[in-house]
Design a protein around this ligand. Structure first.
Ligand code: SF4
Ligand code: SF4
Length: 208
């Protein structure tokens, strides 16, 4: 069996140049897609990773984010505080109080691990990206700045219409319905006779 070779194609001289010119002409007639930033803001997808916002009220200072951060660029300081017993004779409890929470965005590689591992939903992505600095030290954002970024976090997307109602919402809705039903029942019930009504007239022949 002998090997077969593809048939050799004869090239027309100058065909490559003609093809190149055709591409150039096609491109010349199309609209340019140059983004005129910063005069025009880009339309970023809602899940863009711009900067991290901290919802401080949810943070329990568990340190999970700082431990899992591959760049070690999350700095957390805290102290313990004793909470008095809620009931007489009960036990005192101790809780962590946040003193410092900072992220160094000059080291951060925007992997999102800290946001994924936070068990208390205290960290969120914001699509904001305009925070370049001339001094690298200013790229360490302290808790106040991280809190400010929370205002730029987009609302979560709506649930799928066929999705199951979230447990927290279902519990809140049932409690509200129960309360409304109890109020309606109380309004419809007949008013009880007034115990402090007008006094009965004194019996005749009674003592003065
Ligand atoms: S996004 Fe990644 S690198 Fe940046 S702070 Fe979070 S865990 Fe660290
Ligand atoms: S993982 Fe979440 S709750 Fe724990 S310290 Fe980090 S931000 Fe706070």
């Amino acid at each position: 069996m002998t090997g077969s070779h593809p048939p050799s194609r004869s090239r027309i001289p100058g065909s490559g140049l003609a093809k190149g010119l055709a591409v150039t002409l096609r491109t010349m007639t199309k609209r340019a897609h140059t983004a005129q930033y910063p005069d025009v803001q880009p339309e970023l997808p809602p899940r863009s990773r711009g900067v991290i916002g901290l919802f401080e009220e949810n943070c329990t200072v568990c340190m999970l984010c700082a431990r899992e951060c591959p760049d070690w660029c999350i700095y957390i300081d805290s102290h313990k505080e004793t909470v008095p017993a809620a009931v007489p004779g009960g036990r005192e409890r101790s809780r962590n109080v946040l003193d410092r929470f900072a992220i160094d965005f000059s080291l951060c590689m925007y992997c999102g691990i800290c946001i994924e591992v936070c068990p208390f939903d205290a960290l969120f992505w914001s699509p904001e990206f305009e925070y370049a600095e001339t001094d690298i030290r200013d790229l360490t954002h302290e808790r106040d700045k991280l809190r400010e970024w929370m205002w730029t976090v987009p609302a979560p997307p709506a649930l799928d219409p066929a999705a199951e109602e979230p447990k927290e919402l279902a519990a809140a809705r049932k409690a509200a319905e129960k309360l409304a039903a109890a109020r309606a029942e109380a309004e419809q019930a007949p008013a009880a006779p007034d115990a402090t009504g007008p006094a009965a007239p004194p019996a005749e022949g009674g003592q003065a």
